[in-house]
Design a binder for this molecule. Structure first.
Ligand code: ACO
Ligand code: LMR
Length: 264
């Protein structure tokens, strides 16, 4: 009989061996002819299934809203400094991407984890927030450097508006909003931020679409797929900042002495 040599790699999301490449079994020609968008391609390659239009639209809205947030944020700052040091596109891009993490842009997965756990266990916002405080953990998805009760994050409002009129349920997002009401009673800048909005709303998308089993949802949250949305989105802006600096022929950046407190 046939002897099957053991393979060293297993892959389940795409296949380029036939006449045309397939994403999760869907041939490239169908993707183009049926007018699929980036949200559909993300659904196929990340979640290995086609999702309903309101879900792929939500993914696209996340990508568009998080594509950039000006030159002053951690990621853009790093990219700008790197581009001005004469480095290439990929170096400038990854230098910015490397700042994405628990404080900046990369709190989506943890926000989803903590909001899901707290909501599923019916914790009151008081129990949840004070419990986190006791553990010395900042609530992921809450707080912003410049956004506050009186200067709300438009991105969060837009995501909430879309979900309220398109999702079958926004249970987790509403829970996050009750948490925000509690944290806002403590300090003005403890708003639900864009990471927290995406984290909680993606839980609603996963649970409400009927496309995922409970086990699959737990796996997605545990592995941590959702920071990928910010990484992907912000790459668009970081690439733009790289081109901008090159186009402007900006010289090597050196931080001014006056802006450093030299002390012993
Ligand atoms: N949960 C609980 N308390 C908080 C939180 C939070 N998420 N954020 C701030 N506080 C409180 C704490 O008491 C903090 O004191 P500490 O340093 O002893 O913990 C105090 O507010 C001071 O915080 P600020 O200086 O006002 O906050 P800062 O501007 O330094 O931080 C930040 C902003 C990094 C976003 C912060 O709120 C945070 O860590 N949030 C959680 C992570 C997060 O969601 N990041 C994503 C932000 S959105 C984005 O990047 C796209
Ligand atoms: C961002 O999207 O980069 C931000 O919300 C972070 C910031 O400080 O503005």
């Amino acid at each position: 009989g046939k002897v099957r040599a053991p393979t060293h790699i297993i892959s389940t999301i795409s296949d380029d061996r036939g006449e045309e490449p397939c994403y999760a079994g869907v041939p490239m020609s169908s993707i183009i002819e049926q007018g699929y968008g980036v949200g559909d391609v993300i659904s196929l390659l990340w979640f290995k299934r086609s999702l309903p239009r309101y879900c792929t639209k939500f993914i696209e809205i996340c990508i568009m809203l998080c594509a950039d947030h000006g030159p002053c944020v951690s990621g853009a700052h790093n990219t700008i400094v790197t581009a001005r040091a004469g480095k290439d596109l990929v170096s400038s891009l990854v230098s910015g991407l490397l700042t994405i993490g628990p404080r900046f842009g990369g709190a989506i997965d943890d926000a989803a984890r903590y909001f899901k756990d707290a909501c599923d266990r019916n914790l009151t916002p008081y129990e949840f927030v004070e419990g986190m405080k006791k553990k010395g953990i900042r609530v992921p998805g809450i707080g912003h450097r410049i956004k506050s009760r009186d200067n709300r994050d438009k991105r969060v409002e837009l995501l909430q508006k879309f979900a309220r009129s398109n999702f079958p349920s926004v249970k987790y997002m509403e829970y996050a909003v009750t948490v925000e009401s509690y944290t806002l009673s403590k300090a003005n800048n403890l708003v639900l931020n864009v990471d927290g909005a995406i984290g909680s709303l993606f839980l609603d998308l996963l649970a409400g679409s009927g496309m995922f089993t409970k086990q699959e949802i737990d796996e997605i949250v545990q592995i941590g797929y959702l920071n990928g949305l910010f990484v992907l989105a912000r790459s668009i802006g970081l690439i733009g900042h790289t081109f901008d600096q090159k186009r402007l022929k900006q010289p090597l950046y050196r931080h001014p002495w006056e802006d450093v407190l030299y002390t012993k």
